[in-house]
Design a protein around this ligand. Sequence first.
Ligand code: FUL
Length: 514
Amino acid sequence: MKRVVLIICMLVLPVLGSPSLEAQTGRNYACISPSDTMQEIVEKAAHIVPSPQQYAWQKMEFNAFIHFGMNTFADVEWAKEKASPQLFDPTDLDCDQWVRVLKEAGVKMAILTAKHEDGFCLWPSKYTKYSVKYSPWKNGKGDVVREFVNACHKYGLKVGLYLSPWDQAEPSYGTPAYNRYFENQLTELLTNYGPITEVWFDGGKAPNYPKKQVYDWQAYYRLIRKLQPNALIAIGGPDVRWVGTESGCGRETEWDVIPIDLSSLNKTDIKNMSHPVDEVFRPHDMMDADLGSREKLRDAKGLFWYPAETDVTIRPGWFYHASQDTSVKSVAKLVDIYFSSVGRNSVLLLNVPPDKRGLMTEYDIKSLMGLHKVISEAFRDDFAKDATVEIDGEKGGAKASSLFGDGRYWTGKAGVDSTSLVFSLPEKRTFDVAMLQEEIQVGQRIGKFRIDYWNGKRWQKLTEGTTVGYKRLLRFDPVTTDRVRLVIERSRLNPTLGGFGLFELPPQYLDVKD
Ligand code: FUL
């Protein structure tokens, strides 16, 4: 992949400890030779970094999915037969309303189902008669993708498009001609609608569906790289991975670096390839509980940075059904999801489906705004910000605020893979959330940590975890103290920390927890 070498030393202010960036590759993949020892493989894994696009994506943290289309009007989740385009007729479609709501909720990017698995296109594609062009909506002159993109531009949200490879309406599906059909549609979407940040290839398909398509993934990837070099290819692509469940709950141990077989690529060719991973990547099952532990890396024939995205819907279904208006997820449930997705080193992709009018409903908006309120209040005051930090018992520590933030991060001493940092707060505070961040532009390294608090007499364990990655959030019963100790027990090479924070969930929220 074309990866800009990150000259991290120049981007950050001086760090504490000894920076160990000498082996920094700046690449989001690494080749493994059969002669590499386990230690060498682990060191390679620890030096793999996200591409600049993956890094920017990870920092978005919270994005929205918008499932809207023929299923909304047929009132089904998965069409059994091709519904007539005559059914598609939103009475008050208002993409401005969708995006305004999402913006207010703190969302950074919205991804619209331009074509779901039924094959109905929300834009007037030249290549099919199964689209908005053949619907009564705006007398066939409308384009939902255009209106959605315009609204995203107006409110400053990034644009993502979902295009289902599985297509139940297109007659060529199951033949090589379908690959050209799919590329033609990609070309329309990636040339006519401005910058696209994420292209979402769903892996869904009914298990007994009679037609089998041999997808030309490599041709799709090449086309996307050519038309939108900054777009991330998600799920059925090599840049962003499905977390493996639709529950909103990510893994406790979430490594970003996982194996990929690069052995078929010649090492000299790789150097000249802009996206070597694209050449060998094939969508595959991502549901294993363990994807990137040492055990998984042992037999690896290559490694790449493949971060997790947690997609989940705010309602039982992905599409709007009036019967589900009363089953919209509660604020408390959404807060749980936030902690088990954003808080477990993944990006949250929360689906909010507009109704038959073409509007997001008051039920969904209420929960969404409730989530935003709790999260923004919870993370407003970081009680660790003004703490002094004592590292491995060294007195006269620095202020936490001078270690982290604005591109600054702390690095442990080279060759030392365990360490402890004691945060002394200016005064006793009550908190029930801890936040840890690694500086993933240096790599993901921490594999086990513990947080203790000073109970007035001795250190007492507060919580513990395994991986950190871009962000790890931990919740626990409230404690009141002025000293907290972070013990990094295991790390692939010397650890880094890009952030450490202590917060309190708004007490009024805890009172109404359901
Ligand atoms: C699945 C699809 O079958 C659902 O309808 C939805 O789009 C979800 C995000 O992916 O594979």
